[in-house]
Design a protein around this ligand. Structure first.
Ligand code: GTP
Ligand code: MG
Length: 451
């Protein structure tokens, strides 16, 4: 096994920059860096050390170094962590020096991959490390931590043991019994498999809300010019981000900001008002609006409470009709023009708001989240957040269902066993016991370097 190295802190200047090493040469490299040939650092302790460039001896930095001895480290190998000053120059020099001492740059997620291979954590826990680092909201972080604690793997464990027991029974029937299984046993096995199917199905269904925590949703605010899109946007992102004026056509370019709504990361885009463009810049702006519309999971169509719906409003509304959308009737602090709400009544969800006073914004955020279902990430059990896990759960479910059908049709045990073995393999792929090398390397490509 070779020794790997990476900078574990983000690029750029910072108070501290951390370099990590893992592998059999980690300690030897630390000895060379400190020029203390006999150095025997006490594991899991932090020491202040001079780091020196080889020849002529030149002090590179004073750093806090720690040594974690195999197998009691994150990766399970010997590890060294060097917390030096966060200067990109120092980090670069150290990294070059360490590489010249026979360590190579780590690939994305390679430390965690090694942790996985050395049995320090299973695959779904490794993925939780990545998700925790990438979490955009507190609720997403809570879910990742639960998965890191092993809650997903423990949820799967009883189903795996149930399936193994059913498999053992059927296999012994294949080997030792000439006749078919007695009806009583078939019923018992069927019930067991059914309860696994139900459990797996229930867990898979949590993906509908779970994936939102990880992937978030995209919302675009659209409408004709001057209805108050940018004002609504500013209030939603709680910041005076977009320019607001009474000139129609103020917003020229799309602007996106991310916020957290009920624990879900929501990226909100303010767009240029849709109308027949008056100049080249506006034309490009409107084109970008159309792109934002195509990209969005939900559209908020803003209309102006103080005027009748114009042909421009109607054009926007008919454009939104094919997508998930809600209508925000803005400026409801002012006197309403007759008939706007009545005309919209037949449309989808409608909310009265005033970007000026903030009236109706509770309802607006509730309406934005409504199509995506309720999530209360902190009080519910573990949620499936990863599409890979979801896919494997669905495949488990399908294999078990087909096994159940065969069992009901009195098909041979061998046939039933195929489905059961497949299901067990799919569950094992979630935690990595039965994951192939190339799938592993695909998964770890989505990690950051240094983790
Ligand atoms: N009274 C009142 N005025 C509002 C409200 N929302 C926006 N306005 C005013 O309406 C005008 C247009 O607001 P913007 O937010 O710039 O409208 P927009 O839809 O982004 O306009 P464009 O970017 O030009 O398409 C400004 O003068 C705002 O102050 C509101 O709720 N009540
Ligand atoms: Mg605007």
């Amino acid at each position: 096994m070779d020794t790997i190295v990476a900078v574990a802190t983000p690029p750029g200047r910072s108070a501290i920059g951390v370099i990590r090493l893992s592998g059999p040469r980690a300690l030897e490299i630390l000895r060379t860096l400190t020029q203390e040939e006999q150095l025997k650092p006490e594991p899991n302790r932090v020491k202040l050390k001079q780091l020196l460039a080889n020849n002529p001896a030149e002090i590179l930095d004073y750093a806090l170094v720690s040594f974690f001895e195999s197998p009691h480290s994150f990766t399970g190998e010997d590890m060294v962590e060097i917390s030096c000053h966060g200067s990109p120059v120092i980090l670069r020099q150290l990294l070059d020096l360490i590489q010249s001492l026979d360590a190579r740059l780590a690939g994305a997620g390679e430390f965690t991959l090694r942790a996985c291979k050395n049995g320090k954590m299973n695959l779904s826990q490794a993925e939780a490390v990545r998700d925790l680092i990438n979490a955009q909201t507190r609720a997403a972080a809570v879910q990742a931590t639960r998965q890191l604690r092993g809650e997903l793997s423990s949820a799967l464990q009883p189903w795996k043991s149930d399936l193994i027991q059913v498999i053992v029974r059927l296999e012994s029937a294949v080997e030792f019994v000439e006749d078919d299984l007695p009806q009583l046993q078939v019923e018992e096995l069927t019930n067991r498999v059914r309860s696994v199917v139900a459990g797996v199905g229930e867990l898979a269904r949590t993906y509908a809300s779970g994936h939102l925590l990880r992937d978030g949703i995209k919302v675009a605010i659209i409408g004709r010019p001057n209805v108050g899109k940018s004002s609504v946007f500013n209030r939603l992102v709680r910041c005076d981000r977009a320019i607001v004026t009474d000139v129609a056509g103020t917003t020229r370019d799309s602007i996106t900001e991310s916020i957290s709504l009920r624990g879900v990361p929501v990226s909100i885009t303010d767009t240029a008002g849709i109308r027949e463009a008056e100049d080249k810049i506006e034309e490009i702006g409107v084109e970008r609006t159309h792109r934002a519309i195509a990209d969005a999971d939900l559209l908020v169509v803003v209309v102006d409470n103080t005027s009748q719906l114009s042909p421009e409003d109607r054009a926007v509304l008919s454009q939104a009709a094919g997508a998930t959308h809600i209508v925000a009737i803005n400026k409801c602090d002012l006197v309403a023009a007759p008939g706007v709400s009545v005309e919209l009544e037949t449309q989808t969800k409608m909310v009265h708001v005033s970007a000026l006073t903030g009236i109706g914004f509770e309802d607006l955020t509730a309406a934005i989240m409504e199509p995506f279902g309720a999530i209360d990430a902190e009080s519910v059990g573990i949620l499936v957040t990863d599409s890979r896990h979801y896919d494997l759960l669905r495949r488990t479910q399908a294999s078990l269902e087909s096994a159940l059908e065969l069992l009901a049709d009195n098909a041979g045990e061998e046939l039933v066993l195929v489905g059961l073995h497949n299901a067990l393999r799919f569950l094992g792929e979630i935690t990595g016991e039965t994951t192939t090398e190339d799938i592993l390397s695909e998964i770890f490509k989505t990690f950051c370097i240094g983790k």
